[in-house]
Design a protein around this ligand. Structure first.
Ligand SMILES: C[S@@+](CC[C@H](N)C(=O)[O-])C[C@H]1O[C@@H](n2cnc3c(N)ncnc32)[C@H](O)[C@@H]1O
Length: 274
């Protein structure tokens, strides 16, 4: 069984670079989520799975002197990188906490806002955590999440591939690999699809859901290449792809003309209140 702190992707500077590329990919939707959460200067914001801090930076920019961002992460390497890159950002304070989000802790006390970007799917059966989270928060807490969708765009990709664009295969294979990997280690790759209903069932108020696709650009392809580098051994040991197949997929990705590539990722944006 996967331990909660066995984050499947990396902890290195390379992993932090992949997350920074992801931040560019998700820039617009990240700002929209923060608009919807209506951050106030003195808010105490708790961010689940802050990683190396690229979404945290966007949050901190919206807080004032009395504001606090509590960044929770179970990965020491990424959390340290967040701490050093956010230390002097000011005027709000960044408080890093090394913890497993799924266990919920006293770091939630007094939260005005709870948020996470591209993180919830790393928690096995995350629905249980979301239900318990509501019980731990004060009434009125604003809650908002971004979650990836690696599956819906496959409908279009498969159609295009079947009707004259075989060159799109590496996008399909990448989506297949990431889904298979997350399923094999029993995390929740499609929790975004049912997130709004989960939150409503847990009794959160005013649940709003939005879905959009993200443009495929050079950073999308670079993210895919880096994903293969980070999880190569795991994909091989789980029998998802061989090392030779991964090398071939990386070659095909590098050869892609990014102009006119269809989206390979969707994203769910869900907000609500306690
Ligand atoms: C895909 S990264 C996203 C990082 C960041 N939210 C961003 O958007 O740049 C997921 C992060 O969640 C963290 N994580 C995964 N499972 C966790 C858990 N159970 N508790 C706390 N952090 C966790 C990982 O260490 C990693 O930093």
């Amino acid at each position: 069984m996967t331990k909660p702190n066995d984050y499947v992707l990396g902890q290195s500077e390379c992993a932090a670079r992949r997350l920074a590329i992801q931040d560019i990919h998700f820039a617009d939707v990240s700002e929209k989520l923060l608009d919807e959460l209506a951050l106030r200067p003195n808010d105490r914001v708790v961010e689940f799975g802050c990683g190396a801090g690229s979404f945290s930076k966007r949050i901190l920019r919206r807080l004032g002197k009395g504001g606090v961002l509590v960044g929770i992460d179970s990965g020491e390497g990424l959390l340290k990188q967040a701490e050093s890159s956010l230390a002097d950002l000011g005027p709000a304070r960044f408080e890093p906490v090394l913890a497993d989000v799924a266990k919920l802790g006293d770091w939630l006390d007094g939260a005005d806002v709870v948020t996470a970007r591209i993180m919830l799917h790393h928690i096995p059966m995350v629905e249980l955590v979301l239900g318990r989270l509501r019980a731990a928060l004060k009434p009125g807490t604003r809650v908002g999440f971004l979650e990836p969708d690696f599956r819906t765009p496959l409908g279009r990709l498969a159609y295009l591939e079947a009707t004259g664009r075989p060159g799109l295969a590496p996008l399909r294979v990448w989506a297949f690999a990431i889904n298979q990997l997350y399923l094999a280690i029993r995390i929740s790759p499609e929790c975004g699809a049912t997130l709004a209903r989960t939150l409503a069932a847990a009794g959160y108020q005013n649940v709003r859901e939005h879905w959009s696709e993200t443009r495929s650009g050079p950073e999308t392809v670079e993210n895919m290449l880096m994903f293969y580098d980070e999880v190569r051994e795991r994909l091989v040991s789980l029998g998802i792809l061989t090392a030779a197949e991964i090398a071939e997929q990386q070659r095909l990705l590098r050869a892609l003309n990014v102009e006119g590539l269809p989206p390979a990722w969707g994203i769910y944006r869900v907000t609500c209140e306690v």
